[in-house]
Design a protein around this ligand. Structure first.
Ligand code: SF4
Ligand code: SF4
Ligand code: FES
Length: 840
C-alpha cells in the first residue's frame, strides 16, 4: 500500500496507522479497542441507526491561509473537538484525528442510548437463548444504567414466539431494530424477504415471503442479530451458551467445504454423552467468510438418526442378520483373498481423503480396481488446471472473468453462489451459460443460452470464436457460435484472470467430462492457468469428490458391466441401487458384495455383508474442497460401537496380509509421501491460522454475532503439476429421442430426499415431493395442468411424479430434480402419461 494512502490517528491515547477511508470503529478494532456497536457489522455498509458507537472526535485545526496545522503552545497540533458526539461506525478516519471513547461524555452518550434501547426491552435474559453471548446484555452490564426508569407495564408488548418461517423464530419484544437481519437478507444474499413494518415503538420485523423467511441463508441472521430476537427453531430453549463446548468441523454436504463449529452439551438423557446442540459457521475468509447455508446448519441430524446402522450384518439364508466385528471382518478378508484381483471398490465422495487412500491401498494391494461413484466427470482435469494456490474468490473483482457453465450454483453450492455474486458486485465480469435461467443471472454481465446437450460445444465455440484473431488451435467440427458466444469470448480472451465453474445441470457423466475438457482447453488456450486467481472448479455433488479424483479414483462408464465382471464388490459411502434401481439385479447376482454405510440403503439391503460406519461428527479426517483446499475436521461426539471407514479398511487390509496405517495422522502422512499434489502438507500445517479480517475472536461478539473464531486451521490448497496438459478435443455424446418421448434432464436441488437430509425433520417442509417441470407449451401439447400426477416411463422403469408448469423450462425438455425418488442421473428420453384418476 503506498504511504500516501495511509492515515495516522490517535484512539484513546494509542497511535494507529490505517488505510484512508477506514472507519473509526475498524481502526479501533485493529488495535484492540472495542467501540460498542449494534447496527454496524463489518460485512455490511454502515447505516448509523442505533447510535451506540458514539465517540468524541477531534480534528487538527488548519490555518486557512497557509493550509498548515495550527500548533498549540507546546508545539503539538491543535485539535478541536466537535460539540456533539459522532458515530464511529460511519465516520472515516483522517490524518491527525483524535478519538476518545473513554471520556465521561462518550460514556454518558452510550448509557443514554442503552437506556433508550431498553425502554421496551423485556429484560428476559434468564430465559433468552442469547443470554451469555448477547451484545445487548454485555454492553448493558458494561455501559448501561444500573436500573431501569421504566416499569414493565409501560413497555411495549409484542409477540414473543413468532415463527418467521419454520426455521427461524422472532421474539418481537427483544428486537432493537438494528436492521442487521434486513440488510443481510437484502444486500448480502439478495433474498429481500424481511422488512420493517409499522413505525416508532410499534416497528416490527416481518417476512412477507411464501413460505415464510424463504432463503437458503436464513440461519445467518440468528448469528448476527445482536440480541435474542432471532433464534433457530433447532436451538431455541435447547441449552445455555455457557454449557456448550465446541469442536471444529467441515461441512460434508457440498464441495464448498464451509468451516463449521459444532456446539455440544453433555446430557443426562444421553447417558452423560456429548450431544450436538447446534452448528455455526467458523470463520475462514478464503472459504465461507462467516456464513453457512441452512443445509449446512440444520441437516446434521442424520448423524444422530435412529435409522443408522448399529452393527455389522451378514446374509444368512437370504436374510441379513447381526454378526460381531471380529467375525465379519475375517469373513470379508477371506472373500477378498479368494477374489484376488477380481475385487472392485466403489467409493462415494462423502469419504475423507484418509478413507479413500486406505481403500485404494487395500484394492491396489489385491490388484483390483478402485472407482468413484458419481454422475459427474472431469476431476482429472481439475487436478491439472484447477485453482492456482493463493486464489481467493473474495479478492476477485475488476479484471477477472468468472464463467459459470451448466450449474445452478445457489442450489448446488450456496456459498459459492454468494461469493460469485459478490465478486460480480465488486466488478468481476460474470458470464452465466446455461440452458435455463438461474438466479445467478441477475448479476451476470452476459448470459449465454444453449440447448441442452450443447454445453461442451458452446465452450468450444468460444475458443473457435477467438481463434480467428488469436491463432488458437481451432476445434474440429464446431462453429463459432452466435452473438452471445462471441461476446463472451471477447470478454474472456483479454481478461487478467479467468475462473470457470462447471456443473452437471442437465448433464451426466460423459457429457460433464466433455464439458470439463472444453473448459480446461479454454483456460489453456487463453493462458489462464498456473496463475493466482485462475483455474477450473467442478461443482461436485459431494464434499470430497475432488479429493477422490486427486487420489486416483475415477468413475466407471458402465456400472452394470462392472458388477458382472468382478467377483467381489466393496461399496463404501455410495448407494448406486438407490439412484438407479436397474442396478439391483447386478448387485444381487454379483459374487460377493460388501456395503459400508451409515444406513441400510437400497444397495446395502442387497449386499452379502453390511458394515456400519461413522459420520463426520464422530471421527477425524480431511476433505479436499472444489477449490482444492484440504481442510481438517475433528471428532465431536464419540460412539465406540462404531468404526470410522479408514479403520475398517485398515483392519481388513491387515487380515489380508497387507501393510496399512490405522490412524488418520499416519494415513495422511503416508498419503502425502505418495501423492504429489499433497506434497508439503501435514496435519500441523492444515491446523495453522493467520489473522483474519474482520476480527471476531475477541470476547465482545459485536462484530460477528455468535460466529466462531477459527483457531483450528484454515487448510491449504493443493499444488498443481508443473506441466500444463496438452489439448484434447472432447467427444460430445449425442442424445437420441424416439417418437412419443421427451428429453428429461437432471438438475440438482439443495434440499432433496437424500439420507443426509431427510432425518432433519425441520427441513421436511422444504423438501419437495417427486416432480418434473415442463414448459407451458409442452403441458398444453400433453394436455396437463399444473399439479397433474403423472407416470414417467424411462429405461424400463415407471415412477409417479407431480407435473409442474414453468416458463423457465426450455421447450421440449422436462426438468427432473435428482434424488427426489425419480432415478435419473443423466439426460434420458421419457414418456409422460397421466395417472388415470388425475387426468384432466
Ligand atoms: S431482529 Fe435482531 S437483527 Fe433484526 S432488527 Fe431486530 S435486533 Fe436487529
Ligand atoms: S454451502 Fe455447501 S459446504 Fe457450505 S454450509 Fe452449505 S452445504 Fe455446507
Ligand atoms: S450507529 Fe454505529 S453501531 Fe449503530
Amino acid at each position: 500500500m503506498p504511504i500516501k494512502n495511509l492515515v495516522s490517528l490517535t484512539i484513546d491515547g494509542q497511535q494507529v496507522t490505517v488505510p484512508a477511508g477506514t472507519l473509526i470503529v475498524n481502526a479501533a478494532k485493529k488495535i484492540g479497542i472495542d467501540i460498542p456497536v449494534f447496527c454496524y457489522h463489518p460485512k455490511m455498509e454502515p447505516v448509523g441507526m442505533c447510535r451506540q458507537c458514539l465517540v468524541e472526535v477531534g480534528r487538527p485545526v488548519i490555518d486557512r491561509a497557509t493550509g498548515q496545522p495550527v500548533l498549540d503552545t507546546d508545539g503539538s497540533p491543535k485539535v478541536q473537538f466537535g460539540a456533539k458526539l459522532e458515530t464511529a461506525c460511519t465516520t472515516p478516519v483522517s490524518e491527525g484525528m483524535v478519538v476518545i471513547g473513554t471520556s465521561e461524555k462518550a460514556a454518558s452518550g452510550r448509557k443514554d442510548i442503552l437506556e433508550f434501547l431498553l425502554t421496551s426491552h423485556p429484560l428476559d435474559c434468564p430465559i433468552c437463548d442469547k443470554g451469555g453471548e448477547c451484545p445487548l446484555q454485555n454492553l448493558t452490564l458494561r455501559y448501561g444504567p444500573g436500573q431501569s426508569r421504566f416499569v414493565y407495564a409501560e413497555k411495549m408488548h409484542l409477540a414473543k414466539h413468532y415463527l418467521l418461517g419454520e426455521l427461524i423464530y422472532l421474539d418481537r419484544e427483544r428486537c432493537i431494530q438494528c436492521g442487521r437481519c434486513v440488510r443481510f437478507q437484502t444486500n448480502i444474499v439478495d433474498d429481500p424477504v424481511l422488512g420493517f413494518y409499522n413505525r416508532g415503538r410499534s416497528m416490527e420485523i416481518i417476512s412477507d415471503s411464501k413460505p415464510g423467511f424463504d432463503s437458503y441463508f436464513s440461519g445467518n441472521t440468528t448469528d448476527i442479530c445482536p440480541v435474542g430476537a432471532l433464534t433457530t427453531a433447532d436451538f431455541r430453549f435447547q441449552a445455555r451458551p455457557w454449557e456448550l463446548c465446541s469442536t471444529a468441523s467441515i461441512c460434508p454436504h457440498c464441495p464448498v467445504g464451509c468451516n463449521l463449529t459444532i456446539n455440544l452439551r453433555r446430557e443426562a438423557d444421553s447417558n452423560g454423552d456429548l450431544v450436538i446442540k447446534r452448528i455455526l459457521p467458523r470463520q475462514n475468509e478464503s472459504v465461507n467468510e462467516i456464513w453457512i447455508c441452512d443445509k449446512g446448519r440444520f441437516a446434521y441430524h442424520y448423524t444422530e438418526s435412529k435409522q443408522r446402522l448399529t452393527q455389522p450384518l451378514v446374509r444368512r439364508e437370504g436374510e441379513l442378520v447381526a454378526i460381531g466385528w471380529e467375525e465379519v471382518l475375517s469373513y470379508v478378508a477371506e472373500n477378498f483373498i479368494d477374489a484376488g484381483k477380481n475385487l472392485i471398490s466403489l467409493a462415494g465422495g462423502r469419504l475423507s481423503n484418509e478413507d479413500l487412500f486406505s481403500l485404494k491401498e487395500l484394492t491396489d494391494g489385491m490388484g483390483g480396481k478402485s472407482a468413484l461413484y458419481t454422475h459427474m466427470g472431469g476431476g482429472d482435469l481439475v487436478a491439472q488446471v484447477g485453482l492456482e494456490k493463493g486464489t481467493n474468490l473474495s479478492e476477485l473483482g475488476k479484471g477477472t472473468v468468472i464463467l459459470v457453465v451448466a450449474s445452478d450454483l445457489e442450489e448446488e453450492a450456496p456459498i459459492w453462489w454468494l461469493r460469485v455474486k459478490q465478486a460480480a458486485e465488486r466488478g468481476a465480469t460474470l458470464i452465466v451459460a446455461n440452458a435455463r435461467p438461474t438466479k445467478l443471472e441477475r448479476y451476470a454481465s452476459q448470459v449465454v443460452r444453449y440447448p441442452y446437450g450443447s454445453e461442451a460445444t458452446t465452450i468450444l465455440a468460444m475458443i473457435n470464436s477467438m481463434s480467428a484473431k488469436q491463432n488458437f488451435p481451432k476445434t474440429p467440427k464446431i462453429q463459432q457460435g452466435g452473438e452471445a458466444v462471441k461476446t463472451a469470448a471477447e470478454a474472456i480472451s483479454p481478461a487478467d484472470n479467468l475462473i470457470i465453474f462447471y456443473g452437471s445441470d442437465g448433464l451426466g457423466l460423459e457429457a460433464s467430462q466433455a464439458l470439463a475438457q472444453a473448459c480446461a482447453n479454454l483456460l489453456v488456450v487463453t493462458n489462464h492457468t498456473r496463475k493466482v486467481n485462475n483455474g477450473l472448479i467442478a461443482v461436485w455433488p459431494r464434499a470430497n469428490d475432488q479429493g477422490a479424483w486427486e487420489l486416483g479414483f475415477q468413475p466407471l462408464s458402465n456400472l452394470k458391466e462392472a458388477f458382472q465382471q468382478y467377483e467381489a464388490i466393496y461399496i463404501a459411502g455410495a448407494d448406486p441401487v438407490g439412484d438407479d434401481p436397474s442396478l439391483a439385479d447386478g448387485v444381487r447376482e454379483a459374487g460377493f458384495v460388501v456395503v459400508q454405510d451409515l444406513f441400510l440403503t437400497e444397495t446395502a439391503s442387497l449386499a452379502d455383508v453390511v458394515l456400519p460406519t461413522q459420520p463426520f461428527t464422530e471421527r477425524e479426517g480431511t476433505f479436499t474442497s472444489g477449490e482444492r483446499r484440504v481442510q481438517r475436521f475433528y471428532p465431536a461426539v464419540s460412539h465406540s460401537e462404531f468404526k470410522p471407514d479408514y479403520a475398517i479398511f485398515a483392519d481388513i487390509s491387515k487380515r489380508i496380509g497387507l501393510d496399512a496405517e490405522e490412524t488418520p495422522l499416519r494415513i495422511f502422512n503416508r498419503l502425502v509421501a505418495k501423492v504429489p499434489a499433497f506434497k508439503g502438507l501435514s496435519y500441523r500445517l492444515l491446523a495453522q491460522v493467520n489473522e483474519q479480517w474482520p476480527i471476531i475472536d475477541r470476547s465482545d461478539l459485536y462484530y460477528g454475532g455468535a460466529s466462531y473464531a477459527n483457531t483450528q486451521g484454515l487448510g491449504l490448497q493443493l499444488t498443481l503439476p508443473a506441466q500444463i496438459p496438452s489439448l484434447t478435443w472432447p467427444q460430445v455424446p449425442e442424445i437420441k429421442l424416439v417418437e412419443g418421448t421427451i428429453l428429461a434432464v437432471p438438475i440438482t436441488i439443495l434440499y432433496d430426499q437424500g439420507q443426509t437430509i431427510c432425518p432433519s425433520l425441520l427441513l421436511h417442509q422444504r423438501i419437495p415431493p417427486a416432480h418434473i417441470a415442463v414448459h407451458p407449451d409442452v403441458a398444453v401439447r400433453l394436455n396437463f395442468v399444473d399439479g397433474t400426477q403423472v407416470q414417467l416411463k424411462m429405461e424400463g422403469i415407471s415412477v409417479k411424479a407431480r407435473l409442474h408448469i414453468s416458463e423457465q423450462v426450455p421447450l421440449d425438455v422436462a426438468i427432473v430434480p435428482r434424488s427426489l425418488g425419480i432415478p435419473i442421473s443423466s439426460p434420458v428420453p421419457i414418456e409422460i402419461k397421466a395417472v388415470e384418476e388425475a387426468k384432466v
